[in-house]
Design a protein around this ligand. Sequence first.
Ligand code: PLP
Length: 383
Amino acid sequence: MKVYLDNAATTPLDERVLAKMKPYFSLEYANASAIHFMGQKNNLVLASARLRVAKVLHAEPGGIVFTSGASEANNFILRGVMAANRDKGNHLIVSAIEHPCVYQTAKNLKAEGYEVDFAPIKSGGLVDLEALAKMIKPTTVLVSIMAVNNEIGVIQDLKKIAALIHKKGAYFHSDIVQAIPWLKIDLDKMGIDLASLSAHKFYGPKGVGLAYGRKGIKIKALIAGGEQENGLRAGTYNLPGIVGLTEALELAYKEREKNIKKIKQLRDYLAAKIKKDIPSIKINGSLKARTPNNLNVMFHGIEGEAILMDLSLKGICVSTGSACSAHNLKTSYVLQALGLSLNDLNSNIRFSLGKYNTKAEIDYTVKCLKETVKRLRSFSPIK
Ligand SMILES: Cc1ncc(COP(=O)(O)O)c(C=O)c1O
């Protein structure tokens, strides 16, 4: 049996999305910036995609910049906003549990001379708002706090965070990659000034995402060259990708209630079975303020990587944390920020469920997991 429980790393492409993308690979291949009739036709498709995406997100269509994904979008926003707003200040704040493409960019900006602070989180995974309030100062240009964490699925109180940041006069950026479609997104009402997302996390294609910025926020381009995206992102438009992102986003919200219900039931069933069948485990992060697809579990006394490999041999795909750090065995700074003990920091597995999973797959996973944990614990030196 093959069981895919790594949907937070990426999701399969929905066949219906693929069908909508196909013509733009072959028949409708013209460059959307070209002036001839074929180009103009594709330019209309691009404009319509922008409007459709803006409608789902309750955003201004003019504020959307299509990118190669969220890593690029996050780099663009952090670097672009900090560089373009030097007249206001040079202070950036990001939370201690951001995805590596925000976290590392913040570290790089620090090395390049910006003043950067990392907002701490509390034991459940929520940002410590009191500490954050104290960090923001008149020279703070931007505060970046993700909507949902990719490792533990914890949902931040975005409205509260936005109000706090705005009171102090800074801009609020949120990486909303893992929030789609679990949270209803209304960028306007939520007070999110800048946002980023990626299509492959909601059954869209890989290699396409977007950066959003509210009107009036100064931002410098990351990729210079052509005049695409109002000069903010050079490079030929990835029309098949943009069409795919648009279709996938609309579908994700159209089928949101149905998928949430199904996935939450399966996730809760998985959590209950693990708790019942396997001793000495702990669920990392708040279970209350968490997306329905995520379960992150600490299995005391054994290495997460050993569990992952053993399950993989049995046809089950899970992860130990962020896909971006899957190939380095560094301890997760997210779990470290949660305050896990040193012994338990490398004993964690992230199960991330998706709309194609079944109850039979969960039963098979727990059966295998039980055997794996028992076997690995039998020769573990940590008791
Ligand atoms: C929270 C978060 N931000 C950003 C990214 C990066 O997205 P992309 O793969 O589109 O570069 C990911 C993907 O793992 C993510 O989970």
